[in-house]
Design a binder for this molecule. Structure first.
Ligand code: M6R
Length: 358
């Protein structure tokens, strides 16, 4: 049931504050983590995350968190590559498979490859009765509720929330890092996400311009480079506009050749220690008449000055929340662009909700 919403996707975007609150409640309680006891990272030397599509991009964000907080190396790969590369698996590897449906053929095949090779297999799934859930040693359901729209939205942000908690657990087990301060920060996520949803009117007008474009670039740094990829993926699958996501620092190594006055460049840049560098990338785009749409907070908007054709202002958020919060305007931008173009938002052409054949 779509309720009062025109599409399942829009409903699922707006459900995010509520389902994230459910998800956090399931795994954290009064400043303490409540993850399965068997999820013990002592002795773990490296993490391998395997997934497809948007779930893979959640894995890329998790790499930043786990490496930064728990100081162990994290490899992230798309399942279709991983399964056929048959990579060596060093001792002390924890393997994490991320899948909304829990039925994605390549992800399942990669999981089966890792059986007997990894110390433990963790499934981060939405469908708790799925094959990936059944075949994992430890299952962490993301509690997003049914996701009907083909484009993943609340699935992505709930995957991120679970992976953030898992990173906190790894940091506690390996380094004795107290999770309580970050858990208190995560408690603010539903409220801040409601604020991010409040930016929808501005995003609708940005979508009117974007709907006229035939190509778009998305840029970001650090964990936000994965969000740039997610923004580009959402836009292409929904609106059929050709879009590419890049780590901002890669701009000079090729994609800047595409920039001209017809090229919208969506820059995902919350205030953080890398903001200045991203602003300088943005200036390079503007010097070539590229049309910058900047997603940032009030301080970032001030630092960026007059250049961007449009600034979409997000609430100021602690770093650990930024990937979830900035997913929202990217989802809404793709949604409204597609709606204006009249494409089938919930069921885009050529796509299936669950890719059970390779
Ligand atoms: O069910 P899964 O999470 O394993 O699905 C993975 C991808 O097929 C999925 O995320 C796909 O990229 C979505 N259509 C993205 O919106």
């Amino acid at each position: 049931d779509k309720g009062n919403y025109k599409h399942f996707m829009l409903k699922e975007i707006h459900e995010q504050p509520a389902v994230l609150a459910d998800c956090l409640r399931a795994y954290a309680d009064g400043g303490a983590l409540r993850l399965p006891e068997t999820l013990d990272f002592r002795g773990c030397r490296r993490v391998t995350i395997v997934a497809c599509g948007t779930a893979y991009l959640a894995g890329l964000v998790a790499k930043h968190w786990i490496e930064r907080m728990a100081r162990i190396p994290v490899e992230v790969d798309v399942a279709s590559e991983f399964r056929y590369r048959e990579p060596p698996v060093p001792e002390g590897t924890t393997a994490i498979f991320v899948s909304q449906s829990g039925e994605t053929a390549d992800t399942l095949a990669a999981l089966r490859y890792m059986k007997g090779k990894a110390d433990r297999i963790v499934g981060v799934v939405n469908v708790a009765t799925s094959t990936i859930a059944r075949e994992s040693d430890i299952v962490l359901p993301i509690h997003a509720g049914p996701e009907i729209a083909v484009a993943s939205t609340k699935g992505f942000t709930c995957q991120l929330a679970v992976l953030a908690l898992l990173a906190l657990k790894a940091a506690f087990d390996l380094l004795g890092r107290d999770p309580a301060p970050d858990l208190a920060t995560l408690d603010r996520l539903p409220g801040l996400m409601n604020e991010a949803l409040g930016a929808e009117p501005g995003i609708e007008s940005a979508a009117q311009e974007l709907a006229l474009a035939s190509d778009a670039l998305f840029l970001g740094r650090g964990a936000m480079s994965a969000l740039a990829l997610e923004g580009a993926l959402k836009l292409k699958e929904l609106s059929y506009i050709h879009a590419e996501g890049y780590a901002s620092g890669e701009l000079k190594h090729g994609p800047i050749a595409l920039v001209d006055r017809d090229m919208p460049v969506i820059v995902v840049a919350p205030t953080d220690p890398l903001l200045e560098k991203t602003i300088s990338n943005m200036q390079e785009v503007m010097a070539r008449e590229g049309r910058v749409v900047l997603l940032t907070d009030a301080a970032g908007a001030k630092a960026a000055g007059q250049g961007p054709v449009r600034v979409l202002t997000m609430p100021e958020v602690p770093a650990i929340l930024a990937p979830m919060i900035y997913a929202v305007p990217l989802q809404l931008l793709a949604y409204h662009t597609a709606r204006l173009k009249g494409t089938d938002v919930d069921q885009p052409r050529n796509l299936a909700k669950s890719v059970t054949v390779e």
